[in-house]
Design a protein around this ligand. Structure first.
Ligand code: PLP
Length: 351
């Protein structure tokens, strides 16, 4: 029976039902297993990871591998590419991925072609002879949206691998595997786990051979999640659809209110999801002061948690210089929208 995500988030990854067996998957704290079974060793498998992997697979499709962080998952994808392989990627995506790609390019490990992801023709032109297209849509933090379906179809026609970072949109908005992508990646740290208490990542794929190569990469590089973190993420996924929809509803409302505020010069909101980026009428210092003046919204990096956070992205040296200095990224949580708006209005009075 094919279930709606609201249902499968609640039912997936539970142990088989039998009298007195627990409803929830256990936290399996063991590096060592009795010989003769399919797991063998604590770096090769763990029941707590399996529960998380089943739950993400139910949402995204395919078969899932969990990793110690989103960046560990990203690194696993790049690790299986041949030396010097051409990779097409957004010139304005998550700074960690861009930093990693720049490093791999300067080492000669990969040949990275950075493109304007909203320019579909430019991206398709850059695909010629590439091994992989790395897509992030919407992008972090500028919330640019790529024409995913056109790009995936074009890449597949050329026989190029496609990986999509689906952290911001989540499977409630788009399902890249169903669109033909080879891999979908998550920073599980964000919306899926949703409580700002774990750092985790995942990769899902429909391709069994690719799954095996990525699993081998995880096994050999040791980029495995902790069982407790995996368990917390499963617990978070139970309420992910409800949290995401509540936060999205708040974000839609706040995007309109921000657009009508006299101290805001630009609002970036793709019309879905729970992250808004906006520019204040002022300098970098002014934007910084706004972020430091909130009482309810936490001044911190990260996103996708049940609580609202904001920060000026250019406070990080690694952020792309094309991101405006006065841009604030707001991760909208599940608080009451009027309380969030009062806090934003109050913080903006420093301008
Ligand atoms: C879009 C995106 N992808 C990947 C990552 C990396 O994930 P992690 O911090 O879990 O390693 C992040 C982290 O902020 C992100 O925002």
């Amino acid at each position: 029976m094919s279930l709606h995500p609201e249902t499968s988030a609640i039912t997936a990854g539970r142990p088989d039902a039998a009298p007195d067996t627990p409803l929830n998957p256990p936290i399996v704290l063991s590096s060592t297993y009795h010989a003769g079974g399919p797991v063998g060793y604590g770096r090769y498998g763990n029941e707590s990871w399996s529960a998380l992997e089943v739950a993400i697979s139910e949402l995204e499709g395919g078969k899932t591998l969990s990793f110690s962080s989103g960046m560990a998952a990203v690194s696993a994808v790049f690790s299986i590419l041949p030396i010097g392989a051409p990779v097409v990627a957004s010139n304005q995506g998550y700074s960690g991925v861009m930093g990693l790609l720049n490093q791999l390019h300067s080492m000669g490990r990969l040949e990275v072609r950075f493109v304007e992801i909203t320019n579909t023709d430019e991206v398709i032109a850059a695909m010629k002879g590439a091994a992989l297209v790395w897509l992030e849509s919407p992008t972090n933090p500028c919330l640019d949206v790529a024409d995913l379906q056109t790009l995936i179809t074009a890449a597949k026609k050329l026989g190029i691998g496609v990986a999509v970072d689906n952290t911001f949109a989540t499977p409630l908005v788009q399902k890249p595997l169903a669109m033909g992508a080879d891999i979908v990646m998550h920073s599980v740290t964000k919306f899926l786990a949703g409580h700002s208490d774990v750092v985790l990542g995942s990769l899902s794929t429909n391709d069994e051979a690719l799954y095996k190569r990525l699993e081998e990469s995880r096994r050999l590089n040791g980029s495995i999640p902790g069982p407790f973190e995996a368990w917390l993420a499963v617990r978070g996924i139970r309420s992910f659809p409800i949290r995401f929809r509540a936060a999205e509803s708040n974000a839609k409302d706040l995007a309109v209110r921000l657009s009508n505020h006299s101290k805001i010069t630009k609002v970036r909101y793709p019309g879905f999801g729970a992250v808004i980026s906006f520019e204040v009428d002022g300098t970098a210092d002014d934007a910084q002061k706004v972020c430091e003046s909130s009482r309810l919204i936490t001044h911190a990096t990260s996103l996708g948690g049940i609580e609202s956070l904001w920060e000026r992205r250019r406070r990080w040296a690694g952020e792309s210089p094309s991101v405006p200095e006065q841009l604030i990224r707001l991760s909208v949580g599940c608080e009451h929208v009027d309380d969030l708006w009062s806090d934003i209005q109050l913080a903006l009075t420093v301008l």
